[in-house]
Design a protein around this ligand. Sequence first.
Ligand SMILES: [Zn+2]
Length: 134
Amino acid sequence: MQVEKDCGGYVLVVDDEGELAEMMGAWVRSTGYEVVVKEDPREALLAVKQKKLEGVHLCAVLSDYNMPNMMGSELIDGILAESPGTKVAFVTGSNGQLLEDFAAKHQVLVIEKPDIFQPVIRFVEELRRNCKGV
Ligand SMILES: [Zn+2]
């Protein structure tokens, strides 16, 4: 895949299924992005705060919704507080009103498992065209 001018940021991938998280991380990495993969949403939020201190901007988040320790919605609330305007997609087998309402309110794309490869790649390619690096 052709790597265009890099905005210098990274993509965060969060899923409590470690193998799936690593696989998604590899897909995103193959498009040329820096990737941080976390299985625990609490660690993911800490990583976002740490990167912000280092001055590295967060381009986007691909996150599971239903996770132990912290729901995806809570994670995204925390991330958007640190980094408003970050593009977010839930990659999830969950559905329901709470998920839909949250997604609509925060303009979160919902990618439904299990057929996630194409939508994830599309999401990242769109990001590459639109990320202004702030
Ligand atoms: Zn970026």
